[in-house]
Design a protein around this ligand. Structure first.
Ligand SMILES: O=P(O)(O)O[C@H]1O[C@H](CO)[C@@H](O)[C@H]1O
Ligand SMILES: O=c1cc[nH]c(=O)[nH]1
Length: 234
């Protein structure tokens, strides 16, 4: 057991999928895994272990934002020996050619958060995906003819932005950043510290430029393509 996880040693697989939404963790476990156990219900942050094509995998909700995911993945690594962490999340596009429901593979994660600035004494760390996982993900996309955009994303502390500051994503867009989420920079930074493998696979749930958005139910339920994709990395 850890501070935020009821799992016993050995309950959690080496390979873990990480949705922000704990209900998405439940849906993934019930839809894609067999012989499932629920190992965590602390704070409603559900975690499951089961089998996919004979491979043992876990799915753990992380909550929203860098502080929340940092807690869950630190405990997964330190207390449960997790080796591979694959975020399966949603994002908001900030490029005209990255459309609703497209898949984004986050090669790197810029951030407007102060967390890494604090850790690195005011300097910038470059949170980066594990190359081996990213390469494999690109191969899977090509084999399955899945249109995936690979590039940098922005991990923001903001879902709602302040209008008096102008367009907060304009400069990121100019520099080719594909989309915005709220966790990946923390995932890549903590994985780097512990020398673990991490990748974020994101589905576009909002188009920030075109002002399009999925409903709350679609956000929760419609990420089948991304999950099937992520499971092939196990
Ligand atoms: O769908 P998830 O994985 O939660 O990811 C995105 O959705 C949440 C905002 O609605 C943030 O957590 C953001 O990163
Ligand atoms: O962080 C996020 C996630 C989805 N959509 C957004 O606009 N932002």
């Amino acid at each position: 057991m850890s501070a935020h996880n009821n799992a016993k040693k050995g309950d959690i697989a080496d390979f873990v999928l990480l949705p922000g939404d704990p209900k998405r963790a439940k849906l993934i476990a019930e839809t894609f895994l067999t012989d499932v156990i629920c190992y965590n219900e602390v704070r409603g942050m559900l975690g499951y272990t089961g089998f996919y094509n004979g491979k043992r995998i876990s799915v753990q909700g992380t909550g929203m934002g860098m502080p929340s995911i940092s807690i869950y993945i630190t405990e997964l690594i330190e207390e449960y020996g997790v080796e591979t962490l694959v975020r399966v999340g949603s994002c908001g596009s900030i490029q005209d050619d990255v459309n609703m429901m497209d898949i984004v593979l986050a090669m790197s994660a810029c951030t407007d958060s102060g967390m890494n600035k604090f850790k690195f004494n005011g300097n910038d760390f470059a949170p980066t995906a594990n190359f081996e996982l990213l390469k494999k993900a690109n191969e899977i996309a090509e084999q399955n003819k899945i249109k995936a955009h690979t590039g940098s994303i922005l991990t923001s502390d903001f879902f709602y932005t302040e209008s008096h500051l102008g367009d907060p994503f304009l400069n990121w867009k100019t520099y080719g950043v594909l989309a915005v989420d709220m966790e990946t920079a923390a995932l890549y930074s903590i994985a780097a510290k512990y020398r673990k493998k991490a990748l974020a696979i994101l589905t576009v749930s909002d188009h920030i430029l075109k002002k399009e958005a999925l409903s709350a139910d679609d956000r929760q339920n419609s990420f089948k393509e991304m999950i099937e994709f992520a499971l092939q990395l196990a």
